[in-house]
Design a protein around this ligand. Sequence first.
Ligand code: UDP
Length: 373
Amino acid sequence: MRIFVAFGTRPEIIKLGPVCRALRHAGAHVDVFWSGQHTDLADGLMDLFGIDLSHGGTGVVQETSLAGKFALITQQMQSVLGSRQHDWVVVQGDTTTAAAGALTAFLNGVPLAHVEAGLRTGTLDSPFPEEFNRRLVTIASTLHFAPTARSRDNLLREGVSRDRVAVVGNTAVDALLHARSRIAVGYEPIDPEIANLPRDRKLVLATLHRRENIGKPLEDILGALRELANDGDKLILLPVHPNPDIRAQVVRALGRQPNVRLLKPLQYTDFVFLLSRSWTIVTDSGGVQEEAPSFGLPILIARESTERPEVVEAGFGKLVGSDRHAIVTEVRRLTNSDAPQLLPARNPFGDGEASRRIVERIFNASQVQHAAE
Ligand code: UDP
């Protein structure tokens, strides 16, 4: 079986890395297509998951508009997908690369499998691409791998047939457990700033990258972090996303602030190490919402809504939007003790076996298809 796996951003490598490993383990030939949306965030991930990112597209980072990126990625995928016989295309999530992969698979008549299917915010909020991309991928998919029952139900409500949807868990948990096994004993962090964390401070992690927050919302969130840094008992750690609009705002607001460390984007194992040491996280990241429950870590979601409400329902996450007062109050509440207020670890997004289930289902579907021919 020959499988075309398309990805282009850091979270996609993290979430498709375990799927590629499981596919290879099952004997499939995997053609990795790397579109290079996040070239500068891929450090260390190739080694961690044994994937080769040297095949794929070029020039996508130079394209400034998302429509331009979409066009370029689609064209470059076509030159690979149109010239070889693939049994499946696999894409993940809601990125421009996933949407381009879906269109290219559809137009070439190759069945598409969508990993992390069925997430919805419920609003198509132009010009933000995620919800649009998710729905586009759904329309083109033959198999939908929903991480939770809720995401399955979203798909069923939209008329996707039940026999094409499988609830498998989120492969983010597979990746996290893999990385956590690497940091279990005697881990030496790669980033020297992480290797030398002060022991007498309460660590508050922050990650902010979402386009919908750029401008006033981000200004308010950063204002809250500045206020918290002035408390003196906390150290705010913020790996700064390379998006130039985000970076500029973060550096302007927190560049000279005591008790704040602005870090380069961390390699995944360092980031997981930091999750295991933090008291709480202020984040607009999707992946971090899926990872925190494995550490029992309470998180504050700096968004107005989340397509991962399971994290809120399970008691790990609270939606705080960009409300400065709410962020300050909640972080202070979570750090007003002598030790981190961790919850019993229980991840609503999966058990680390999602990739195995996905691969089994793809192989079974192919057998049924061949038997019918
Ligand atoms: N992450 C990382 N280094 C960092 C920050 C995040 O490896 O400095 C990982 C994190 O563990 C998670 C993923 O990157 O798995 C989240 O990426 P991001 O927030 O950029 O995207 P999203 O998940 O919102 O799509």
